[in-house]
Design a protein around this ligand. Structure first.
Ligand code: BES
Ligand code: ZN
Length: 590
């Protein structure tokens, strides 16, 4: 037996599922998806085949001729879910699972009409990364087990289905009052990139290959914010080579979407908190686009290699930013990232295994493991490689890396082998081993500086001496400037200082969610009560974990706001995505 991924029950020696045929109906009345999944094997197999499931109700498993197959659901594991063992007859090429998802499916969020922008129709969306695909489809839920799929999804006729796949025909469903939408995903994806959303959705073209989908109420704002998507796509192709996924569409989600963005192929999902009205947060779109190469073409083999996905993608995102907005913008972004990394390392402890690039997360829940380390330490490592060999040579290396491993899922060791072969001597020269398997941030990490950055940090550093930034000048600062400044300030201030900042710059009324969250966390850490109402309303509006976690942590961290943390959570927990709810429960439980 070989289970190559500690987060999956799949044993790839038993057989490989290489294609899926889905025929599913979405039932809003019971919060279930029900129907059939036919799993096709890469080569005929026989005997036991283990699949991943989580909270699935399996009604039957059938052979290709329709006969019943013996199956067994094992003991549920709190992290991995429940293994489904199917007994295949010799020479089986496919089989069908008849099943229903649970209302508690960890990937799915079922929204009441009141939780949507329009307020009239329900909404459903999935978030499968890291290991939640198994709560929607029975599958070998490891990035090592890629599959193509066809899907037919039936929904109430007023609603539209979108998937991370190529849309096909839509027509009347078998049951009255329903419609069936068809999709095909001809490129093999890892299961975590399986995605669907159902709601009152409309779209607008933004370029020859891109279109934005969202609810009608958010269409105009969304189309304006991301109007430059085509420029990003062209810039990205120059750096990484041709875009192989045909279209790059995206969906602006309801506010409870737990992430900033998710790189679902052909249909990136984005949080509406990016709609700042000034295009200042579009880097998240660049990031998800960059995953089209680093992540979706070259995929991490397991969650222990997650830095290959995210470190390369943050590096790629910042190369796109540099191309579109210049070096200064990139340096500021890198500096903001480095601040985040330093606080993550500080909170884990500089010798913590959580600060390694390659991790050993067997037995742990990847959602609990999630941190900035693979992103920002990964970015610095890739940037160091680039700095060491020079841009020209490194760009050729990156293109070859992507070509070599396209549509493959690779381990950190495979990456290192390729690196050694292509850039001999370089890994040893920069101590790649220490970067990848060591803790903390190595001393040879590249520095990103800019005159602007130094000036802003300088102004923040003299705060404790009583110096204050020039009010007129600070009112002209860009959102990045503000983030740098707020992050560089002492994170606990006196009530007078909080009142001064808020009085002069109206931070509590900020429309930019990044600045708002930085300010509110700092104000809460300072015990500054006038922000409590805004914190309460913000935590009731958004479900993005990047904001929920620091704010709940700050509330819970202060004795006097601890009860408030629990009260706000109780009032809002039912409107958070299951993944976000779990994350906050861990904060409040401790
Ligand atoms: N793939 C991630 C989101 C993710 C990671 C979901 C792990 C579940 C498990 C996505 O590409 C991402 O990194 N999003 C970031 C934005 C980015 C600019 C750093 C986010 O959501 O904040
Ligand atoms: Zn990412």
């Amino acid at each position: 037996m070989s289970r190559p991924d500690p987060h999956s029950f799949a044993d790839l020696d038993q057989g490989r599922v290489s294609a899926l045929d889905l025929d599913l109906a979405v039932d809003f009345a019971t919060s279930r998806i029900l129907g059939k999944a036919t799993l096709h094997l890469a080569a005929p197999a026989g005997g036991p085949l283990d699949l991943d499931t989580r909270d699935l109700d399996v009604a039957a498993v059938r052979a290709a001729d329709g006969s019943d197959l013996v199956f067994e659901l094992g003991d549920p594991d709190p992290v991995l879910g429940t293994p489904l063992r199917v007994d295949l007859p010799a020479g089986a090429e496919s089989f069908t699972v008849e099943y229903a998802t649970s209302p508690e499916a960890s990937a799915l969020q079922w929204l009441e009409p009141a939780q949507t922008a329009g307020g009239e129709h329900p909404y459903l969306f999935s978030q499968c990364q890291a290991i939640h695909a198994r709560s929607v489809i029975p599958c070998q839920d490891s990035p090592l087990a890629r599959f193509t799929f066809d899907a037919r999804i039936t929904v109430p006729e007023a609603l539209t289905v979108v998937m991370a796949a190529a849309p096909g025909e839509a027509g009347a469903g078998a049951a009255p009052g329903t419609r069936t939408f068809s999709f095909a995903m001809p490129q093999a994806i890892p299961p975590y990139l399986f995605a669907l959303a159902v709601g009152n959705l409309v779209s607008q073209d933004l370029g020859p290959r891109s279109r934005v989908y969202t609810e009608p109420e958010m269409l105009e704002k969304s189309a304006w914010e991301f109007a430059d998507v085509d420029k990003m796509l062209l810039a990205a192709e120059e750096i990484f080579g041709p875009y192989l996924w045909d279209r790059f569409d995206f969906l602006v989600m309801p506010p409870s979407f737990p992430y900033g963005g998710m790189e679902n192929p052909r249909l990136t999902f984005l949080t509406p908190t990016l709609l700042a009205g000034d295009r200042s947060l579009v880097n998240v779109l660049a990031h998800e686009l960059a995953h089209s190469w680093t992540g979706n073409l070259v995929t991490n083999a397991t969650m222990d290699d997650f830095w290959l996905n995210e470190g390369f993608t943050v590096w790629a995102e910042r190369r796109i930013l540099e191309k579109l907005e210049g070096l200064e913008a990139k340096s500021l972004a890198a500096a903001i990232g480095r601040n985040g990394l330093m606080s993550a390392i500080e909170s884990f402890g500089a010798d913590s295994p959580f600060t390694r690039l390659q991790t050993d997360s067997a037995g742990s829940d990847p959602d609990e493991f999630y941190s900035l380390v693979p992103y920002e330490k990964g970015f610095l490592f890739v940037a160091l490689l680039e700095e060491t060999v020079g841009r020209e040579k490194f760009d050729l290396f990156v293109k070859k890396y992507i070509e070599t491993f396209s549509f493959k899922s690779i381990t950190t060791a495979q990456f290192e082998e390729f690196l050694n072969a292509e850039l001999p001597g370089v890994p040893a020269g920069i101590d790649a081993e220490g970067w990848i398997r060591g803790e903390g941030l190595p001393a040879n990490s590249p520095a990103f500086t800019s005159a602007r950055l130094e000036s802003l940090e300088g102004q923040a550093k003299t705060w404790s001496d009583g110096a204050r930034p020039d009010v007129a000048a600070a009112k002209e600062w860009t959102p990045e400037d503000w983030l740098i400044f707020l992050q560089a300030l002492p994170q606990t201030l006196s009530p007078e200082d909080c009142a001064w900042l808020d009085g002069e710059f109206a931070l509590t009324g900020q429309g930019n969610s990044e600045i708002l969250c930085s300010w509110l966390s700092m104000a809460l850490n300072s015990g500054y009560e006038p922000v409590y109402d805004r914190v309460r309303s913000f935590l009731g509006q958004v479900g993005r974990m990047k904001y929920l976690k620091p704010l709940y942590q700050a509330l819970y961290g202060q004795e006097k706001s601890r009860a408030l943390a629990k009260e706000i959570f109780e009032a809002n927990k039912d409107s958070y995505h299951p993944i976000a709810r779990g994350g906050i429960e861990r904060i409040l439980g401790g």
